[in-house]
Design a protein around this ligand. Structure first.
Ligand code: GLN
Length: 260
């Protein structure tokens, strides 16, 4: 893909370590080293790499998150989970959150920024994703988060959880090869692949949630475009009562909220 003016300005801002607003083309002089960097960024963009991966930066909720090839690019539709939680719980609440498959930490860190009296844990099976989440935690100075590398099945905690949130891998294995090139080649497979039915993660999350949620604890999940009825059934058959289904900006049922 050819870079437009906006993409070019964002690349220059990154190379010169200046803000996007400061990039007025005529006034910017690039050294040969900087020009070389710009050419290599343009080439990566031309080859289909998403700008966010080239710049190591993606906006989510209130922050610009550091991201790289080890984590899923945070997506705007995932912000729906934050909205659902804000609509249900007062900002002063002392919530203990668990973010399953935390990736860049975007969901948990955004929640903890809103809920100053809360604390939470983000788990991910990928140690390199946990490093990214910790990097973001430090970047934003959010102290009440704890990120742990852990297989979901081995999860253990001393204090039961009030709210579980997750944007799990939910693409059917057979659909991975037909995803857009900029997703298939640049987001980690681990963050996308939901097994044969695409629903593997929801079964494990329901098990984990039943064990670790407090009575009346809640769960908020993102689901694939055609998965709402299957995920609803999985939650209901694990004794959850569904209280909300929320559409994304494209009018697709995307977020589900349920209580134990
Ligand atoms: N929680 C992260 C996000 O929503 C990562 C999700 C994932 O890796 N499936 O972006």
């Amino acid at each position: 893909m050819l870079a437009g003016k906006k993409e070019l300005r964002r690349m220059i801002a990154k190379i010169k370590n200046i803000s996007y607003e400061e990039t007025v083309f005529e006034d910017i002089h690039l050294t040969s080293q900087e020009n070389y960097l710009l050419q290599s960024m343009l080439e990566r963009y031309h080859n289909g790499e998403p700008l966010s991966k080239i710049l190591n930066c993606r906006a989510f909720w209130e922050h610009d998150f550091f991201i790289n090839g080890d984590v899923l690019d945070p997506r705007p539709e995932t912000e729906i989970l934050i909205e659902m939680i804000l609509e249900r719980f007062d900002r002063q609440s002392e919530i203990n959150f668990l973010d399953i498959g935390t990736g860049s930490g975007c969901i948990l860190l955004s929640l903890l920024q809103e809920y100053k009296n809360a604390h939470g844990t983000g788990i991910d099976v990928s140690s390199s994703a946990i490093n990214v989440a910790k990097h973001n935690q430090k970047k934003f100075g959010i102290e009440n988060a704890n990120f742990i590398e852990c297989d979901w099945k081995d999860f253990f905690c001393d204090e039961k959880i009030d709210v579980i949130v997750s944007n799990p891998p939910y693409i059917r294995s057979c659909d991975i090869s037909s995803l857009d090139e900029n997703v298939r080649s640049y987001d980690p497979l681990l963050a996308l692949d939901g097994g044969e039915s695409g629903l593997d993660a929801y079964f494990s999350i329901a098990q984990l949630a039943k064990r670790w949620l407090k009575p009346n604890g809640c769960i908020f999940l993102e689901v694939g475009y055609d998965q709402m009825s299957s995920v609803s059934s999985i939650l209901q058959s694990n004794n959850f009562k569904i209280f909300e289904i929320k559409k994304d900006y494209s009018d697709i049922n995307r977020g589900i909220g349920a209580i134990l």
